[in-house]
Structure formats: C-alpha cells, structure tokens
Design a protein around this ligand. Structure first.
Ligand SMILES: Cc1cc2nc3c(=O)[nH]c(=O)nc-3n(C[C@H](O)[C@H](O)[C@H](O)COP(=O)(O)O)c2cc1C
Length: 370
C-alpha cells in the first residue's frame, strides 16, 4: 500500500462519478479567440485525463451575459458555436474515461487580471467596487441581478442538457459572487447587502436555488469559495467557524452538493486558534457536504509567489500531509492546478515516485498549451 492508494478509489455524488479523487483545478488559459474553445484546448484537457486525473474542472467560462468576462480570449459557455465547442470537449473527455465540469464565471466589476486592456462590454458589480477604494463595474439594479441569475440558470441547464457531469459556480477570488459576499465590495442597503454574511450571501443563495429548481435534483452543483481575492491575499470573509456557518449553511440548503475550497496552501489552518483544519476541513465539518481541497499540491511555492518569481520546483513533500488530512476525512477530492498545467502526466509520475521526471511550472508555461 502506497501513500496515495486511498485517493485511487471512486467518488460519486449525484450525476458526478469520478474514478479517483484527483481533479484538474480550473485555470484560465486565454486560448479561445472570440470566446470559442479550440481543438488545441480540448486536446490539452484530454491529455490530463489520459494522464490519470479523474475529472477536469474547466477554466472559468463566461455565462451568457454581456460583461460576464472581461477578455475576449476567455471561452464562453453560451451561443451555438460556444456550446458546440464545449460539447466536443465533453465528448472527448468522456471517451477518455474522465468527467468534465464547466466552471461558470461572471467577473462582476473586475477587469481581467492578466489582460486589463482587453476590450469588453461594460462591467457590473454589487456596489461599483472591486476592492477597498477600488472602483469597478456599475452598481447592479434588481433587473441586473435577475438577469445575472438567469444567465447562471441558462449555463447550468445547457450543461445538464449536453451531459456534463456537474457544474461549478465560481464564487471565489473576488469575482461577482465574492463581491456580494465581501463587506468591502458590497455596500448595498437592499436585501442583497447588510452587515451579516448571511444577507450578503443572498445573491448566491438565490442563484443556487434557481439553478437547482431548473436542473432538478440530480445534477451535482459545486460551489467554489475562497477567503482571498486576486487583489488582496489576506482578505477574509469569515473570521470564525460561526461566520463560516452563517455563510455556507444557507448555500448548502439552497442546493450546493460539493464545496470547492480554494486556498493558496492546503496545509494551513483556516482558523489558527481553532485547530489545524483547513478551509475544506471546516466546510465539511460545518455543512456536512463533501469538499474539494486545493493549494500548492506538489509545488514548493504558492501561486501568488509564482506571479513574481521564476520556476516552481516540483516536490512531493506535502503529499504526506495531504494523505494525513484525507485519511482523517477532512475532504473528499483534491484539485491540482499548476503542477498539472506544467505536466499532463503529473499524477502517473507522482504515483510511481518518478519525481525527477516531473516537468516544472513557470510563468512561461502559461504561454503554451500542451
Ligand atoms: C494560470 C492560472 C489560472 C487560474 N484560473 C482560475 C480560474 O479560471 N478559476 C478559478 O477558480 N481559479 C483559477 N486559478 C486558481 C487555481 O484553480 C488554483 O486554485 C490555484 O492555482 C492553486 O492551486 P495550485 O497551487 O495547485 O496551482 C488559476 C490559477 C492559475 C495558476
């Protein structure tokens, strides 16, 4: 029995059936001219399944609403051509034996982090803010909110109709849902704002409820959360387990099946005064739902350090800790980002301890799809 054997067991949650516990984390690649995914990207995703991971969570894909994404090379999950390309990706991933989950994305008021000068329709956000004193997007009216919810519902229905295995709603990293969650960016005085995290979660709760009602009981809904924002790494939405419960229990009750808990380093305690559970551990404990953990698995440096530095060295040293937490039942699934972006065969090599053969990740890796 090797360290990773427990991860090579199947996982099932409603429509989502995965052969093992490893998933590719959602990573924007900007290789979709005019918002249409190309065969090159499909091949890139299929290679990760051929390399052994159970499921691909796709890069963020724009929902069917103007300004949902802020760069014209981000793929969209809308329109005949856009959906046909994604359906081809689905068919090829399924033929290779994997599961595929589109990550439905609305950036809210955020310009694109990587391509701030890319042309895009006007943006919208809860209160015209994307950070402390940082303006972004036009404050949304009730009609805008209804329209945004409807665009997530359309995306989810299309995913279900086309036979995707689940959907993921991108509620993390400072984008639309997160702009509602965070008091700094949500200064509304209607029922979508207010001093409690429960009231600021209402937009997401109503979206999840509308999606659940439209797709029926079987499609697995994954919701991605984070404390940190692309603009501010130390930001926190929940400062205690009690606040985490106020935030996430209503989402679970509205229909979320799995929470994807984005952290920069999976081994860090979410609430250091309360023991060593990470965000996925606390979320599972509080909601009773399966969770996905992520963050610096297989690498020596976290993703924000990578934006300013050179090459990340592949390492297996954190895998003991990953296995310890998994055996304890803290989470059910593991998402791997940069290590898999750099090496489609990362999992096979890690399983056989072929560390010296692992391809390293660097910013330059971002410029090519392979
Ligand atoms: C190039 C790149 C693009 C990313 N794009 C997305 C995205 O579209 N949606 C998302 O939720 N997270 C995105 N992330 C965050 C990753 O999903 C993941 O949480 C993060 O990289 C930490 O995992 P890792 O340490 O294994 O890379 C991106 C990360 C990278 C490196």
């Amino acid at each position: 029995m090797t360290l990773l054997d427990p991860f090579f067991t199947p996982f099932t949650c409603k429509s989502l059936k995965v052969a093992n516990r490893f998933m590719m984390a959602p990573m924007s690649r900007y290789f979709a001219p005019g918002g249409i995914l190309t065969q090159e990207s499909i091949d890139y995703y299929r290679r990760r399944i051929e390399g052994g991971v159970g499921a691909v969570i796709t890069e963020g894909v724009g929902v069917d609403r103007p300004g949902a994404v802020a760069a014209d090379t981000v793929p969209v999950f809308a329109g005949e051509e856009g959906l046909a390309a994604w359906d081809k990706a689905r068919a090829e991933i399924h033929a290779a034996g994997g599961a595929i989950i589109p990550q439905l994305w609305h950036v809210g008021g955020c310009e694109d982090f990587n391509y701030p000068d890319s042309p895009h329709p006007p943006l919208e956000s809860p209160s015209g803010l994307v950070g402390p004193g940082i303006a972004g997007g036009k404050p949304m009216t009730q009609q805008d909110i209804d329209g945004a919810i409807a665009s997530f519902v359309r995306g989810a229905c299309d995913a279900s109709r086309l036979g995707f295995d689940a959907i993921e709603l991108h509620g993390a990293h400072g984008y639309l849902f997160d702009q509602f969650f965070w008091d700094v960016t949500n200064q509304r005085d209607d029922r979508f704002g207010g001093p409690s995290i429960a009231s600021r979660a209402r937009f997401a709760v109503e979206t999840v409820a509308a999606v659940r009602e439209a797709v029926g009981p079987d499609l697995a809904i994954i919701f991605r959360i984070s404390q940190w924002k692309t603009y501010l790494y130390e930001a926190k939405i929940a400062t205690s387990p009690a606040e985490l419960a106020e935030w996430l229990v209503p989402l679970a009750e509205a229909g979320v099946d799995i929470f994807h808990c984005s952290e920069r380093r999976f081994w860090e305690s979410a609430f250091p005064d309360e023991g060593d559970l990470n965000l996925a551990g606390w979320t599972k404990k509080i909601t009773g739902k399966p969770t996905i953990t992520v963050g610096s698995i297989g690498l020596d440096r976290d993703l924000m350090e990578d934006f300013v530095a050179g090459e990340s060295v592949p390492t297996l040293k954190s895998l003991d800790e990953l296995a310890r937490r998994f055996d304890r039942g803290d989470f059910d699934l593991v998402a791997v980002g940069r290590a898999l972006l750099a090496d489609p065969n990362w999992l096979m090599k890690v399983r056989t301890n072929a560390v010296s053969e692992l391809l390293p990740y660097s910013r330059a890796t971002m410029d090519v799809l392979y």
